[in-house]
Ligand binder design. Structure first.
Ligand SMILES: O=C[C@H](O)COP(=O)(O)O
Length: 255
């Protein structure tokens, strides 16, 4: 019912020749050009034009890691959602824990980013997740619930329908630690309940909820087997073509 989505977040990695090698490998893999799966790469902004050109004949989609909520203005160094749209960007990350913690992006700012993306016909991937300290105190569900609520309750049903949510426990990002499939399922089910509560149950049923945090070929299939895990937001493993392809294949086979 929900088409799985696997998104590769390259973070601040890449250079022209390595990007070309990676994208060429992805484009030439037939398993990534299937209707059973959506595949997305999110390179650093300066490489979006390169990726747009290399992905032109492919079903692989292009995502942005960041943008500013205003459409234009005196915001030196920033990029606006309509600019991303001109380069074929169809998804954008919003609220990644690195943006929340390193760049102090709060819930109000993240809601404005979601609204700006939606206005530019770009699907926001709203990232939520608890810190290690919050996890250890048993506050994971409460934190995630609040992060989801702050955005979803302010959007109308059509907007929520165009949203993707990614659950990324901060303690699992880049650490090699992964949430167990059962814990991920518990949080994803809670996210879906929250969306149903603040929006509409039918919209919540259609919403794709991705898991992120040390997803690798070895753990992907078990995560994707969970009923509310609809794909992955992959960091480190998305920089290696063979690993990213294996994760995509696992998503296609377990959907
Ligand atoms: O956006 C991706 C996440 O931060 C996960 O990164 P990771 O797969 O390197 O843990």
């Amino acid at each position: 019912m929900r088409t799985p989505l696997v998104a590769g977040n390259w973070k601040m990695h890449g250079h022209l020749s390595a990007n070309a090698d990676l994208l060429t490998a992805l484009v030439s893999c037939a398993d990534l050009q299937t209707k059973a799966l959506e595949v997305l790469v999110c390179p650093p902004s300066i490489y979006l034009a390169q990726a747009h050109s290399l992905l032109a004949a492919s079903a692989i989609q292009l995502g942005a890691q960041n943008f500013h909520p205003q459409n234009q203005g005196a915001f030196t160094g920033e990029i606006a959602a309509p600019m991303l749209q001109e380069f074929g960007v169809s998804y954008a990350l919003v609220g990644h824990s690195e943006r929340r913690s390193l760049f102090a992006e709060d819930d109000t700012f993240l809601l404005a980013k979601c609204q700006a993306a939606l206005s530019a016909r770009i699907t926001p991937i709203l990232c939520v997740g608890e810190s290690l300290e919050e996890y250890e105190k048993g506050q994971g569900l409460e934190v995630v619930r609040a992060q989801v609520t702050s955005v979803v309750r302010a959007l109308n049903p059509e907007e929520v329908q165009s949203l993707v949510i990614a659950y990324e426990p901060v303690w699992a990002i880049g650490t090699g630690l992964t949430a167990t499939p059962e814990y991920a399922q518990q949080v994803h089910a809670e996210i879906r309940d929250q969306v149903a509560h603040w929006s509409e149950p039918s919209i919540a049923q259609q919403l794709r909820i991705l898991y992120g945090g040390s997803v690798k070929p070895e753990n992907a299939a078990a995560l994707f087997a969970m009923p509310d895990v609809d794909g992955a937001l992959v960091g480190g493993a998305s920089l290696d073509a063979a690993s990213f392809i294996a994760i995509c294949q696992a998503a296609a086979h377990t959907s």
